[in-house]
Design a protein around this ligand. Structure first.
Ligand code: G6P
Length: 463
């Protein structure tokens, strides 16, 4: 069957939608996100494209429906699925473990049992809708068993898997009591993709060991099948950010925001999900010390920290929130004035237009996660800097650091190093800003989200 006729099914924990309730009626609209901007164009171009995922609220799932030319199939998660599969195994076992165990992972057998059950539910939703020889692309750590389940039920399918978060070093992966089952699940795919060379290396060195597979270069032979593995870093919709930032409305909004902030001469910006992997606490400590030491002038500097609410039923997320908010309070208490805050902190997600304006006005973007699969915010900032100005301070431990080599790279654990990087960024001459920003913009434009999706699918359909 020629490739262009294959039906495409995408499987991800979340559907790319958000519910909007007006006059007591709920409707769904596309929620702009990394994955949907990558996959939307490819899916709308292929008749029969289907996205299987959770609509985001516990309880009954809405009936399948069409949105922007894509067939959406909601999978229901009841409150105990949310607790054990989503908050439990996915976000309190796998998430911390795969992020280098920077926070201890919890292991509970009933969480694992529910992870298996929910993965089965997703696999069945695919099997029920997949035409013969369809291409199925499974995403991320929540659904690692789905490729193996599909392989057993439907050997005709072409199955790809992409891990958006890091894959840990072998010693860490080996702690997982269910490592063999997870490895087998992943090896059900024909092609497994990772963000960086390091995480791909970790996978190739861990997974064959735990389930008697052999590795030959980039191919893992498991039983009678070959599984290809690839580094395939995800990108963003460059044009959306670049065009948005070029619009006069973005410049106007940036100016208004600057005035509202008390017209500081230096604006630092952090935009993160409120997650303990993102290093927001260390960043705030570094900023506080820089103000205390007068290496940044409190009268002319402001830090804007956007912290998007996330996984708020998981304890560690509440703990990091308390820590961050206490630090913000201390900094403003010490250095804020009636006319100008030292830190503006919002525990809210921001609409696209506001984000673009913030990127435009930020002299320094501070992205300092302890560990991050990619970090699309770093790429968004670069795409929005149509003036080739601004400085990106970027953690060495974000996947993006493998590509954005002209950023000011830092070890986020090293507070003195972060302080030095922020200070250097805040005082960097414009000519150096441009000479760093230009090549990064070229790279982000060239390796867009759409290019990422098309080339992964092409490789999958060649396997
Ligand atoms: C990370 C993960 C995604 C996840 C997103 C938001 O980027 O790689 O799979 O969807 O965080 O997290 P949430 O738990 O809200 O889906």
């Amino acid at each position: 069957m020629p490739d262009r006729q294959r039906q495409l099914l995408v499987v991800a924990n979340r559907l790319p939608i958000r519910a909007v309730t007006e006059h007591g009626e709920t409707r769904y609209e596309t929620s702009p996100g990394g994955l949907v901007s990558a996959l939307g164009p490819v899916m709308s171009a292929r008749p029969g494209s289907t996205w299987v995922g959770w609509a985001g609220a516990p309880g009954d799932a809405p009936a399948p429906f069409e949105l922007d030319g894509v067939h959406l199939v909601p999978v229901a998660l009841d409150p105990s699925d949310v607790e054990d599969y989503y908050e439990g195994f996915s976000n309190s076992t796998l998430w911390p473990l795969y992020h280098d165990a920077i926070s201890p992972a919890d292991y509970h057998r009933h969480w694992w049992d529910r992870y298996v059950v929910v993965n089965q539910r997703f696999a069945h939703a695919v099997v029920d809708r997949a035409e013969i020889d369809a291409t199925v692309w499974v995403h991320d750590y929540q659904l690692q068993l789905v490729p193996g389940m599909l392989r057993e039920m439907r050997p005709d399918l072409r199955i790809g898997f992409f891990l958006h978060i890091p894959f840990p070093a072998r010693e860490i992966f080996m702690r997982l009591p269910w490592r063999r089952q997870v490895a087998k699940g992943l090896l059900g795919a024909d092609l497994v993709g990772f963000q960086t060379r390091t995480t791909l290396h970790n996978f190739r060195h861990s997974v064959p060991r735990v389930c008697d597979a052999t590795t030959h270069g980039s191919v893992i032979t498991y039983g009678s099948r070959d599984v290809a593995t690839v580094r395939h870093p995800i990108g963003i919709d460059f044009d959306r950010f670049s065009d948005g930032a070029s619009a006069p409305a973005a410049a106007e909004r940036a100016e208004t925001l600057l005035e509202n902030l008390g017209s500081p001469t230096t604006v630092l910006l952090g935009v993160d999900r409120l997650d303990y992997t993102k290093g927001i606490d260390r960043r705030l400590r570094a900023y506080h010390e820089l103000l205390q030491e007068r290496r940044l002038d409190p009268e002319t500097t402001t830090l804007v920290q956007i912290a998007e609410p996330s996984r708020s039923n998981v304890n560690r997320y509440n703990e990091i929130r308390v820590t961050v908010e206490q630090l913000v309070g201390e900094i403003n208490g010490d250095f804020g004035t009636m006319d100008k805050p030292a830190v503006v902190y919002l525990h809210q997600s921001q609409p696209f237009d506001e984000l673009i304006a913030l990127y435009r006005l930020a002299d320094v973007m501070v992205v300092t996660p302890f560990r991050d699969g990619m970090n699309l915010v770093a790429k968004e900032y670069v795409a929005a800097r149509v003036d080739n100005r601004g400085v990106l301070v970027l953690s060495e431990f974000a996947g993006a650091a493998h590509q954005l080599r002209q950023a000011v790279l830092v070890n986020p654990y090293d507070i003195d190093g972060v302080k030095g990087a922020i200070e250097a960024a805040a005082t960097m001459p414009p000519a150096e800003q441009s000479s760093r920003m230009r090549p990064m913009r070229r790279l982000v434009r060239r390796t867009s989200a759409q290019q990422w999706a098309t080339s992964f699918l092409a490789e999958l359909e060649r396997t």
